[in-house]
Design a protein around this ligand. Sequence first.
Ligand SMILES: NC(=O)c1ccc[n+]([C@@H]2O[C@H](COP(=O)([O-])OP(=O)(O)OC[C@H]3O[C@@H](n4cnc5c(N)ncnc54)[C@H](O)[C@@H]3O)[C@@H](O)[C@H]2O)c1
Ligand SMILES: [Zn+2]
Length: 396
Amino acid sequence: MNEKNIEQIVKQVLAQMGSGTPAPSQSGSVPEKARVAMLTELEHYEIKEYPIPPLGDDDILVKVEGCGVCGTDAHEFKRDPFGLIPVALGHEGTGEIVKMGKNVKVDSAGKPLKVGDKVVTCMIFKDNPDITMYDLNKQNVGGADVYGLLPDDDIHLNGWFSDYIFVRGGSTIFNVSDLDLDSRILIEPCAVLIHAVERAKSTGILRFNSRVAVQGCGPIGLICIAVLRTMGIENIVAIDGEEQRLEFAKKMGATNTVNFMNHKGIDALTDAVKDAFGGYLADFAFQCTGAPVAHSNIYKFIRNAGGLCELGFFINGGDATINPHFDICSKEITTVGSWVYTLRDYATTFDFLKRAKAIGLPMSELITHKFPLDKINEAHQTNLNKEGIKIAIVNQ
Ligand SMILES: NC(=O)c1ccc[n+]([C@@H]2O[C@H](COP(=O)([O-])OP(=O)(O)OC[C@H]3O[C@@H](n4cnc5c(N)ncnc54)[C@H](O)[C@@H]3O)[C@@H](O)[C@H]2O)c1
Ligand SMILES: [Zn+2]
């Protein structure tokens, strides 16, 4: 600890002794204003500056270190389907606590919180650890403490595409100081797969020695493979149309890959999947694309009495055609859907990321591009052009 730090701590303690009510604890100097990337029109962010407001007793000010660009951000950037513009986006973010109100002692899991800790927020509320996105929609409570997804307010420090984020009292927040920056940026998308695998396990079909097909090797499919590998499942076939992504799937632990572009027609494709499993169909399959035809196809890759987890349609992607007799009924396939995650899944994700690293999975390589905040438009265009896997904004 250097002299400056000691001086700072002494000043802080004296200030607290003098005032009777402890002042918010604080690290370093906090500027008066923060930069926020505000989506002001379609396909255009503007870097705006807003004052950092005084902290309430339950609030937390976080200096943003980085934030992943999600498919949801891409939809909003391109189409603004919910009419949110102007909006502060970025929900896959993480940063360091620089200031806390006097009442803040622990995170949403009861872990102590202090200035300097690295944190993430979560859009699921802490009141009910098992509540799902589906329940939230039913209760129509999406709002209050959700960051980077919902309409702006008069503070504007609501999204992680910024320098600072103002975390209001009562928000769901986790201390993840034991994870490196890349892992912390990946928490949110990884939680989606922890949830999907929990849903898959509920069928009773997914076992250590299952043959598992993962269709779609974007971030979601690749992380799916990583979760399966960390739980000890070894026989995984990845399916995609892009060779580079299939190569990545192998690095992530897929045993074999199938490029659907090389097989004309569903029968040939099914044979290729079967060959990739050494002459067997899949016991279980994860559908990780947003393409309706991929949903139609996947039933063919699954054996009789096998299982399917459909998680590829975060939003409406249109209808898919299936044959109820051949695809589900006579095959007795057990199907589960999966949408977002619960708070318990979030906590499980922190451990998953440590395990993935421990067994040498190249999780950090998922983040193929890092842009500073003022290059956020470029970052989104890179994402739209599908030039990388995961694009992130990383502050200097
Ligand atoms: N369930 C949830 O809560 C949840 C959360 C996040 C994302 N999602 C959804 O998951 C999907 C995947 O997300 P992502 O970020 O990985 O997207 P992505 O677009 O980066 O990846 C999709 C991959 O699927 C491949 N693909 C397309 N058609 C295919 C086909 N017919 N057969 C095999 N592969 C095909 C593409 O080449 C691409 O690599 C998206 O549609 C997204 O909306 C769902
Ligand atoms: Zn996301």
